[in-house]
Design a protein around this ligand. Structure first.
Ligand SMILES: [Zn+2]
Length: 294
């Protein structure tokens, strides 16, 4: 009862209403965990951060629910990778006249790639792109909050990105060029490979999605021939996805079991791999070890 009385008194008082408004932080919604990590690291406590696709969940094939739509409606800013990667968000923005609220981090600088070359949406695996994407995020966060100074935390984070980049660069640079080749599960590591001078010789699933149709027997023999011809020693699978095809492939090729990596999402808070920095280092080091063949 006391609470109710206090509420009635305060709600009737204009200064209190103003105070309450001043305390409300702008809501920033991120599409998946990697972006949420950047929003929280760069935006700090100046924003209320809501994330849509939870830890350990792939963004491919995601469907929007009414609960998520409610969160999106509250957002002062929605941060995502690209309309190709989060088509559900592009559709929501269009249907609700809110496209301007969405910051597409990997917008290819406004230049759409040719249609016969679908863009690779996994830009968070490339530290050079991460530098640009987090700078764009810091600029936009500063625009929606008068009190935030995201530039300082961005400059700080830039050091972390460079540290990750230089550590992985040294590791992969020390591998013999002919051993810097592997097969990936879906087409998510091409940008990572380009950045570190590695080669993705083939993928188990066709298309850019981790949910593509099961590969055929014909594709199996193609990959087996490729492994033998190029002396490929590492087959990567996406953690949490069916690895039966990859296991048969490594068995038939006489290789060690597939290497399970999780570049697609972050782990729940408090666990190794719960930040972009830790996810990149854990997975990068595991790939490095596998390529060395130790
Ligand atoms: Zn993917």
């Amino acid at each position: 009862m006391l609470r109710l009385i206090a509420f009635l008194i305060f709600s009737a008082t204009p200064w209190f209403a103003g105070w309450a408004l001043a305390q409300e932080k702008p809501v920033v919604v991120s599409s998946f965990t990697v972006i949420q990590d950047w929003v929280q690291t760069i935006g700090g406590k100046g924003f209320e951060s809501i994330n849509i696709i939870p830890p350990r969940s792939e963004a491919h094939g995601f469907q929007l629910s009414p609960r998520h739509a409610k969160d999106l409606r509250r957002a002062a800013l929605i941060v995502a990778m690209s309309p190709e990667f989060e088509p559900w968000l592009a559709a929501w923005g269009k249907a609700n006249g809110r496209s301007d609220t969405i910051l597409w981090l990997n917008d290819y600088n406004g230049i759409q790639p040719p249609l016969d070359q679908p863009p690779n949406p996994h830009a968070w695996t490339d530290p050079a792109k991460v530098k640009n994407m987090t700078r764009a995020l810091a600029e936009r966060l500063d625009k929606i909050s008068g009190t935030s100074n995201s530039q300082i935390s961005y400059q700080q984070y830039l050091k972390d990105i460079k540290a990750v980049d230089s550590e992985l660069g040294k590791l992969f640079g020390a591998i013999k060029p002919e051993k810097r080749v592997f097969i990936s599960h879906h087409a998510n590591l091409d940008l990572f490979a380009d950045h570190y001078g590695l080669t993705v010789a083939g993928t188990i699933l066709s298309g850019g999605s981790a949910e593509a149709a099961d590969p055929s027997a014909h594709h199996f023999s193609e990959l087996l021939a490729l492994i033998r011809k190029k002396k490929i020693a590492v087959v990567v699978t996406d953690e949490g996805q069916n690895d039966a095809f990859a296991r048969r492939l490594t068995e038939d090729a006489g290789l060690p079991p597939p290497l399970s990596l999780s570049f697609e999402y972050l782990e729940p808070a408090g666990q190794p791999g719960d930040t972009w920095v830790s996810m990149m280092l854990i997975n990068g080091k595991r790939l490095h070890q596998a390529l060395l063949g130790r």
